[in-house]
Design a protein around this ligand. Structure first.
Ligand SMILES: Cc1cc2nc3c(=O)[nH]c(=O)nc-3n(C[C@H](O)[C@H](O)[C@H](O)COP(=O)(O)O)c2cc1C
Length: 356
């Protein structure tokens, strides 16, 4: 199985659990994100996910970090961490996006990845005059889009005629000088999302949810038709860890109370969301804080509890844990110092007693 890796969600739209938290004032600025990612890298995190939203999906009057320009700058500033930038196909023609991805791949010296997501926030597209297609039609568009982008990333000369795109003899240079091409992650939980990732993805991002559900999803998608190397899996999760389970649950309760203050914002967000989006249906099943499943993955508890659950998910096939915290910087530090070494130790098994 692939090496277990930990990543963080960049704070592209501020706090992840509750927007009105005195311990984490709203801040989605470049300066904060730059510092955060440099700190994450120094602490040993392997990956950063930069979500893509043109307008803030919670409240459009709030600041929103731009994913692709920020990712390019992060690529230049960091030496080691993987940079994953989300992309909604409707916003970029495939040749433009493939070209930008190849440039960030060069700047980062082979550490770049895209996360293909097929949109849920209606006003982001509609207010720009871009049609918000019906759910499965969005996936048909996304599938054709990635079928064009993928060979361009490999440096191939592409001729393609489909329903949406018509390319003739198109090739991008320079080709990837570090590996075959940047990695392709996919986020989305519906049937067409599962087919898309099986056919075109390298890694499937699963929304945070209980272990049994994650096991079922992995088995389902791993069994779908696929030409490439076996699919790998990532999990989004919000972590609340303390010395004891009781302390962690109290903090979770505190964050849940704070999150209630965002009810009016969430109501607008719900009204803006395509009701067919499976991600939102999954998240409605389990009370939680955080986005993309958040604490529904159960990474709430003592350091020992959280480390054990991480290993259980890893044994089920999860390679990359894409993590959220609040307040982010302090809790990201706690995770790196209290949980990462514990997980490593548990993976190595019980220590041999010194002979003598
Ligand atoms: C790890 C992860 C990251 C995501 N990042 C974004 C993002 O950056 N922007 C966005 O609009 N949607 C994002 N999404 C949401 C997907 O767009 C969403 O799952 C999809 O549009 C809904 O499709 P579904 O019905 O297949 O779940 C993300 C989903 C996952 C699982």
């Amino acid at each position: 199985m692939s090496r277990l890796r930990f990543g963080i969600w960049a704070l592209v739209h501020g706090s992840r659990a509750a927007l009105q938290d005195p311990d984490e004032p709203y801040d989605a600025s470049w300066e904060r994100n730059k510092k955060l990612v440099l700190e994450a890298e120094a602490l040993g995190y392997d990956s950063v996910l930069v979500a893509q939203h043109t307008i803030n999906p919670h409240d459009e009057s709030l600041n929103q970090l731009e994913a692709w320009t920020a990712s390019a700058a992060l690529a230049a500033l960091t030496p080691r961490i993987e940079i994953i930038s989300a992309i909604k196909p409707f916003l970029y023609h495939p040749v433009v996006l493939a070209k930008m991805a190849m440039q960030i791949e060069e700047i980062s010296r082979g550490r770049f990845a895209i996360n293909l997501v097929n949109a849920w926030n209606r006003p982001e597209l509609e207010k720009a005059g871009i049609p918000f297609l019906e759910h499965d039609e969005r996936y048909a568009y996304g599938r054709e889009w990635i079928a064009v982008v993928e060979p361009l990333l490999r440096g191939e000369r592409v001729t393609f005629k489909g329903r949406y795109f018509d390319l003739h003899d198109y090739q991008l240079r320079p080709a990837d000088g570090f590996r075959t091409r940047p990695q392709i992650y996919v986020g989305g939980e519906s049937e067409p999302a599962k087919d898309l990732v099986a056919a075109h993805g390298d890694v499937w991002f699963i929304n945070g949810q209980p272990l049994a559900d994650v096991e079922r999803l992995i088995q389902d998608v791993a069994a779908r038709p696929r030409q490439a190397a076996p699919l790998r899996f990532g999990l989004s999760a919000f972590v609340v860890a303390r010395e004891t389970d009781e302390e962690a649950h109290a903090v979770h309760e505190h964050l849940s109370e704070l999150a209630k203050k965002d009810a009016p914002i969430r109501a607008v967000q719900k009204a803006n969301t395509d009701p067919k989006v499976v991600m939102m249906q999954t998240m409605a099943k389990t009370p939680r804080v955080g986005s993309n499943g958040g604490t529904a993955a159960g990474l709430v508890g003592s350091y020992a509890t959280v480390a054990e659950r991480i290993l259980a998910f890893h044994h089920a096939g999860i390679e990359l844990f894409m993590l959220q915290f609040q307040p982010f910087e302090a809790e990201m530090h706690r995770f790196a110092t209290k949980i990462m070494p514990r997980v490593k130790e548990m993976q190595q098994g019980p220590k041999m007693k010194a002979a003598g």
